[in-house]
Each structure stands twice: as C-alpha cells, then as structure tokens.
Design a protein around this ligand. Structure first.
Ligand code: GUN
Length: 297
C-alpha cells in the first residue's frame, strides 16, 4: 500500500478535544448543549446510529434525549413532538432519524424543525444558506469530509473534484461546499451519478474523488488517477459468515488495489464514519452557542 491512510478516528478525536473548551465555556454560563434524536420503529441500523449518537453525547458531557415511538405514529403526532422539542430550552439540536416509515412526509417534518436546531443541516433554510455560502448549520457528513481534508492539508483549491452520487445528504451538499469561494473550497466540481455515461472516464480526471454511491466496490483501480485522493463515504453491509455479526462493512471503493495507486485514502470503517458523529456533536455545540447569542440580543 502506497497511499497514506486518512484516519477519521484520529481527526474525530481532535474535533472532540477542541469541542471540550467550547462546552466548558457554555457550562460556565449554565448551559449544557442538548441533542434530541427522534426514532420511529425498531430498525436495527437506525437504533445503532441513535445509540452511538447518545454515547458520543455522554462522552462529551452533552445532554441527550431519545424519543423512540412506534413506526405507526401518525404524521401529526410526529410534527407535535418536533414542535415541543423546538420549544424545549434543554434541547439545542434536533434530529429525526431516517429512513422514516412510508406514510410520513419527510419534508414536512424537516420543515417543522427550527432551522436554529437543525443539526443535520437538512432544513431548506440551512440548505439555501449553504448554497449562498452564508453561515448556517452544515450537514454532518460533508462537513466532516472538509475537516478530514483540512487536517491532512489537502487544499481543494483549483483541483478537479469528482463526486460520485447525488444524494441530498452527501453528494449534492459536498459538491456545493467544495465549489464555494472560500477556504478549503474553490474546487472545480463535477457530479457523476447512476446515469453518467463512461463513469470511469469522468472519475479518472479526479484529483480528489468522493465516492458516495452506496454500492460496494463501485470504484475500481482502473477508474482512478495516479496519486488521487480517495474519500469513500460508502457504508455497505456485505455478508461475511466469518464474522460474529454475519456481515462486515465495506465502502464504495475497491480499497486494496486503489490504495496502491492513490496518494491518500479513507478506510471503511474508520474514515468518514467517525467524522459524521463528531460533526453532529460540533453542530449541537454551535447551535447552543448561536441560541445563547440570540437570547442575549
Ligand atoms: N440516517 C442515516 N444517516 C442519517 C443522518 O445523518 N441523519 C439522520 N437524521 N438520519 C440518518
């Protein structure tokens, strides 16, 4: 392996360390940043995500609350829960865990979350502010990718960045963030997706390749340029009878051969994943600071 590993665990640890001083300053003013997670049903993957968010809060001394309801909960009831969290002074960040049951209209739930408490950065207000390059809460996974690049001093300025995947959670926002006229941005961004013709030709142009497709080993070594920086956002469960759980996690990138060719590469697990939760903690602290500043005005 010739590529340098981008260690998300180390960077996330560094982010948490820096948050401690900010949390201490808030606590000195009597404020404990609080995060509420709303979880419908008992999908094991969602329950695991929510538990790891709770654990992360606990480790940092943040307040956390989980509202776990049946997946038969009606839209109006969910909206009422979100409204009461909007009005709850102990809560500075609200996230509604997706996927939601089919009978729930996700957009109207997101629109109900106060943009000030939207620590996922999914509210159209925050999405719009991000596109305009204005301050707002940024979505955790893309924000985490920017932090990874910054930690390893990989400046996207003037680089060809190819994002593979156009989801609202990762593909579209990371593309928007990297093309801003600002620090750790100024890239020439291409977005490729499932309908892109000759995907390999497009990805070969990437100085920085961001794979957020959701299909294992989609990016193979022949599709990348020598010395490219490879960011793998994929978290795919593949069957593996040799493990206790019966599955293992694998990314969207064919790791071993790509790591021979790349200059930097993120592993899965241990790359982008730990950053998402670290940035959720960071957004919760930011939301608490912003709410405090607003109250003082
Ligand atoms: N489900 C999977 N990832 C996420 C996330 O980042 N936020 C929320 N709310 N739900 C998710």
């Amino acid at each position: 392996m010739s590529a340098q590993l981008i260690d998300g665990k180390e960077v996330a640890k560094n982010i948490r360390k820096n948050l401690k001083a900010r949390i201490g300053a808030l606590k000195a003013k009597g404020i404990i940043p609080g995060l509420a997670a709303v979880l419908l049903g008992d999908d094991p993957a969602s329950a695991t995500y929510v538990r790891s968010k709770e654990r992360a809060c606990e480790k940092l001394g943040l307040y956390s609350e989980v509202v776990n309801k049946s997946d038969t909960l009606q839209q109006e009831e969910l909206v009422e829960i979100v409204k009461s969290l909007n009005n709850n002074d102990k809560i500075h960040g609200i996230l509604v865990q997706s996927p939601l049951p089919k009978h729930i209209d996700e957009l109207s739930v997101t629109l109900t979350i106060s943009p000030d408490k939207d620590v996922d950065g999914f509210h159209p207000h925050n999405v719009g502010m991000m596109l305009l390059g204005r301050p707002g809460l940024l979505p955790c996974t893309p924000y985490g990718i920017i932090k990874l690049l910054a930690y390893y001093q990989i400046d996207p300025k003037g680089k060809n960045v190819v994002v593979v995947g156009r989801s609202n959670i990762v593909g579209k926002p990371i593309a928007a963030m990297l093309l801003q006229k600002s620090e750790m941005a100024n890239a020439t961004v291409t977005i490729a997706h499932s309908r892109t013709k000759n995907l390999g030709e497009v990805t070969q142009r990437a100085d920085i390749l961001i794979a957020a497709i959701g299909r294992p080993k989609t990016i193979t070594a022949d599709m990348i340029k020598e010395e490219a920086v490879i960011i793998d956002v994929g978290v795919n469960r593949v069957e593996d009878s040799t493990t206790k759980k019966g599955y293992r996690l694998t990314g969207d990138v064919d790791f071993a051969p790509c790591s021979e060719k790349a200059s930097f590469i993120t592993p899965v697990p241990g790359g982008v994943g730990p950053m998402t939760i670290a940035m959720l903690m960071s957004n919760t602290v930011t939301a608490a600071e912003n709410l405090l500043a607003k109250k003082k005005l």
